[in-house]
Design a binder for this molecule. Structure first.
Ligand SMILES: Cc1cc2nc3c(=O)[nH]c(=O)nc-3n(C[C@H](O)[C@H](O)[C@H](O)COP(=O)(O)OP(=O)(O)OC[C@H]3O[C@@H](n4cnc5c(N)ncnc54)[C@H](O)[C@@H]3O)c2cc1C
Length: 370
């Protein structure tokens, strides 16, 4: 089978590598991956790189666990606990309830008293925390290392990677570049926010919206910290490059005009919240923005949308942590093999479960930040 993959982010690279490698050592498919710019130049290269399998939904948890296993196997995951906290009485029950649901799924999640968290991580200001949960089954990946290794893996397996090659679809399985139109047995579009307009060229409407998310990295800090999500102040951090990567500042955006330079208002507000949440007082050393995809029910769109045409998008900010599992799932399905994940992914992630003309806000509540 000849397969084209459109998009050289983490998802397209996993799909290309798994298709080219085949299953159980068998020869894989003939695969060409097209990337309009450089590999990782979309959301992947702009991601924070936080990974965990602490999800309350069984399918999300199974996908994330498989993805973590593969990142570990590839030597790309640095273990680091993931903590999430609430600061007011409204958010606290959700933290505790989620932790209980995750434990019921066998996830190593514990609720801890704020003082206990403070003893483990003295740089966290625990005053005002009303609930804290921690999972040890978590870690971080470096987006550049992920892209480099996944590209190497795909090429070693025999995939051809064409960068600097924007494509359009001349039909469900016909890929058009400046060199002409090439026909394939199957085309997988994993083009991030551009996925909807690309498959639109083949007459398919996708329920896919986009939002812009921002991040900064601080100057180095001298403190041992976990990755942390603050549910009340709606921001997160992870240690990176000796400092802290701090993220939030999300808002709906037209993907064609998504500015990848961070807003000064985001930098100011992220630093203010970080300083209030820790004993640290760092400045920002660099900041950026990227474009993420969303769906009406927050589950991704992974599967066929027309004869021979497949999509993989709609990660709701969790694409990097799920790519090894969903890319593998898509490659297995495309070959007609059984999924290795014990969850109803084909139904839950079916891209055709929506009509494609749904009106929805990519962040759920239009007044809320991400
Ligand atoms: C600030 C920020 C922080 C994040 N933090 C995390 C995190 O901690 N953990 C996590 O799991 N996720 C995180 N994410 C989300 C994550 O980055 C995405 O979900 C993931 O990278 C999506 O990967 P992808 O391969 O689907 O898309 P992308 O990485 O966007 O790749 C799509 C590729 O398709 C290419 N393309 C588009 N159109 C065409 C065309 N016509 N022809 C050829 N190529 C085309 C693009 O150039 C791009 O390289 C974050 C995102 C941002 C912005």
């Amino acid at each position: 089978m000849r397969v084209a993959v459109v998009g050289g982010g983490c998802v397209g690279l996993v799909v290309a590598g798994d298709l080219a490698a085949g299953r159980c050592g068998a020869d894989g498919e003939s695969v060409t991956l097209y990337e309009r710019d450089e590999l990782g130049s979309g959301a992947t290269g702009r991601a924070a790189g936080i990974c965990y399998d602490a999800f309350a939904d069984p399918t999300d948890a199974a996908v994330a666990a498989r993805a973590l296993d593969r990142y570990r196997e590839w030597g790309l995951l640095s273990p680091r606990p993931y903590v999430w906290v609430a600061r007011d009485d409204d958010d606290a029950p959700a933290v505790r309830d989620q932790a209980a649901e995750m434990r019921a799924l066998g996830r190593p999640v514990e609720t801890v008293a704020p003082d206990t968290l403070g003893e483990r991580y003295p740089a966290i200001a625990t005053d005002g925390l009303t609930a804290c949960a921690v999972t040890e089954a978590a870690g971080t990946v470096g987006p550049d290392a992920v892209v480099a290794q996944l590209a190497d893996r795909a090429q070693r397996a025999g995939a051809t990677i064409e960068t600097g090659t924007p494509v359009s679809l001349a039909g469900p399985t016909a890929v058009e570049t400046t060199a002409g139109v090439e026909s394939y047995d199957a085309v997988v579009v994993a083009a991030g926010p551009a996925t909807a307009s690309l498959v639109g060229e083949a007459g398919v409407s996708l329920a896919l919206e986009s939002y812009r998310a921002q991040a900064l990295v601080t100057d180095p800090v001298a403190a041992e910290l976990p990755s942390l999500y603050d549910a009340s102040r709606e921001f997160y951090w992870r240690p990176r490059e000796g400092g802290l990567l701090v993220g939030d500042g999300a808002h709906a955006v037209d993907p064609r005009t998504c500015d990848t330079t961070a807003d000064q208002s985001f930098v100011d507000s992220a630093l203010t919240r970080l300083r209030a949440a820790t004993t640290l007082d760092p400045d920002s050393s660099r900041a950026w923005a990227g474009c993420c995809t969303a769906t009406p029910d927050r589950d991704p769109l992974v599967g066929p949308v027309a004869d021979g045409l497949w999509v993989a998008a709609g990660w709701q900010g969790h694409g990097l942590m799920r790519a090894p599992a969903v890319g593998e799932f898509l490659a297995d399905r495309l070959r007609g093999d059984d999924s290795r994940i014990d969850a109803p992914l084909s139904e839950q992630f079916d891209p055709m479960r929506f009509d494609g003309d749904e009106q929805f806000h990519p962040l759920g509540d239009p007044t809320a930040d991400w």
